[in-house]
Design a protein around this ligand. Sequence first.
Ligand SMILES: NC(=O)c1ccc[n+]([C@@H]2O[C@H](COP(=O)([O-])OP(=O)(O)OC[C@H]3O[C@@H](n4cnc5c(N)ncnc54)[C@H](OP(=O)(O)O)[C@@H]3O)[C@@H](O)[C@H]2O)c1
Length: 260
Amino acid sequence: MTIAVLGATGMVGSRVIAEAVARGHRVLALSRKPGDGDPNVTPVAVDVGDPEAVREALAGTIATGTVAREVTATGTVATGATATGATAPGTTAPGITAPGITPPHPPDAVILSVRTLPADREFLVGATRTVLDAAARLGTRVLVVGGAGALRSPGDPDLPVADNRAYVPDEYRAVALAGTAQLRTCEAHADADWVYLSPPAELEPGERTGRYRRGTDTLLTASDDGRSWISAEDLAVAVVDEVENPGTERHITVVHRPST
Ligand SMILES: NC(=O)c1ccc[n+]([C@@H]2O[C@H](COP(=O)([O-])OP(=O)(O)OC[C@H]3O[C@@H](n4cnc5c(N)ncnc54)[C@H](OP(=O)(O)O)[C@@H]3O)[C@@H](O)[C@H]2O)c1
């Protein structure tokens, strides 16, 4: 698959890219200052505040000067990043002017995993709408890595986690509410094919165990210590699993799963 990750340099986005590449997927790495280096990762500098740039990046019409594309004998398309922008061996796809990138098809999925510090609700809502609009036009599925605040409280479905001090201290309430506004933006979008993944309450870099428990719209806690947490590495596993095998629910969450 080809997977676009918007927020490529972030805690979550960088791990999603590592996970996707390890599974053999091609990745479009989108952020304002994407790094480069991995031949399976195509960096594309784009500001999500610029809807036209996002559309072009996802449609593949931005020339990066770092990517060569090759059409195989079977008609499938392989991508190889080069340091020089030289064209990869093989036949260049019709319409491509090297150096540059004009993929003949959009990515199979877009992961939206951006945020600002401090939290900016308008930015998040605008970015989400922009990506949903562009993806809907391209027929590409969107997975939004959102916030735990948009979940229901365990044992109290009418209490949003954003309003639950057991999980969201006052200083994080604005962030949590921004995540809820982001979910509402998805729900209000008439055309896009999206899934909103709420992390558990705590999300930090850690170990990749490859294990997690999946739920829908209610916050989960781990069965061993009762904490609502997962490593960013295991969240990335869940993200790529969902992209590879989409479920039917639109709002999902995951939590750490102990080994026994
Ligand atoms: N427990 C929870 O609910 C929880 C905890 C942590 C994170 N999260 C969520 O997970 C998601 C990812 O968070 P994170 O921790 O990975 O964030 P992060 O480490 O702060 O990374 C943010 C990413 O957004 C990109 N970005 C920011 N502004 C941008 C713009 N204008 N245009 C394009 N890209 C832009 C940044 O790249 P550039 O600077 O290069 O543009 C960076 O790649 C967010 O939705 C966050 O709210 C949830």
